[in-house]
Design a binder for this molecule. Structure first.
Ligand code: 13P
Length: 259
């Protein structure tokens, strides 16, 4: 997203945290309070699904909602699942698709991810598509190959007209950086971002490739956050662990608001 005036985006992926609704409300209200003071950043929170309905937001709300997952069918006999239509009804605007924890622990394949993307776009949820290599793949110098392959397969049969500039976000999340306290260098994230834009360019052309917002995720904290924006040319961040510690997360928001 080369437009300097475009808003940055910070997404809080709470994963399976916190344990109670009251803790969740406390964190959200701290984030909302900060969001009121900050105009140049879009703040999105992805709580566990059970809290989503309780957090219903409106058009004017400063903090938007994301789901961490959705099913690839609209309705039917899928015990334990949540559909895109239910998410829409709960006021959700974004959905994380293809997170490595879903790929690794729940067997989500590129094909499933592709189906979810198709449905999310159809039902006007903005997908946050996650891609990234494992430690073994990095060691074998396969990072570019993995990023390209995950992106291409996720976007199969999705036409250019369905992917307009703001209705798809792509997050580069190296699996080995998630929850580990270790991050890639800013240069490595820059290379990944350039490769993502190049791949999008070859699928959808320059107009979309230049505008599609790219996020970085993996052990982001208040200290390293700014560098991913300034040095790696990311448009935003996808934050896990640090997003359920209100002080740390507010620190990240403030960092981004001043650069
Ligand atoms: P951490 O910030 O805890 O490394 O998690 C990143 C992540 O998986 C966000 O989706």
């Amino acid at each position: 997203m080369e437009n300097k005036n475009a808003k940055r985006i910070i997404i809080a992926n709470w994963k399976m945290n916190p344990e109670t609704l009251s803790e969740a409300k406390e964190i959200l209200s701290a984030i909302k309070k900060e969001a009121k003071k900050i105009e140049n950043i879009n703040i999105v929170v992805a709580p566990p699904a059970i809290y989503l309905g309780r957090f219903k937001t409106g058009e004017s709300d400063d903090v938007k909602l994301a789901a961490q997952n959705m099913h690839w069918e609209e309705k039917g006999a899928f015990t334990g699942e949540i559909s895109s239509l239910m998410l829409k009804d709960a006021g959700v605007e974004y959905v994380i698709v293809g997170h490595s924890e879903r790929r690794n622990y729940f067997g989500e394949t590129d094909e499933i991810i592709n189906k979810k993307l198709i449905l999310a776009l159809k039902n006007r949820l903005t997908p946050i598509l996650c891609v990234g290599e494992s430690f073994e793949e990095k060691r074998a110098e396969k990072t570019p190959e993995i990023i390209k392959s995950q992106l291409t397969k996720a976007l199969e049969n999705i036409r250019q007209k369905q992917v307009q500039s703001k209705n798809l976000l792509i997050a580069y999340e190296p699996v080995w950086a998630i929850g580990s306290g270790t991050t890639p260098s800013y240069d490595d994230v820059l290379s990944a971002n350039l490769l993502i834009r190049k791949t999008i360019n070859s699928i959808y052309g320059r107009g979309i490739a230049e505008k599609i917002p790219l996020l970085y995720g993996g052990s982001v904290n208040a200290k390293n956050a700014g560098g991913f924006i300034e040095k790696s040319r990311a448009d935003g961040l996808l934050v896990g662990g640090a997003s359920i510690k209100a002080t740390e997360f507010l620190g990240i928001i403030r960092q981004l608001s001043i650069i």
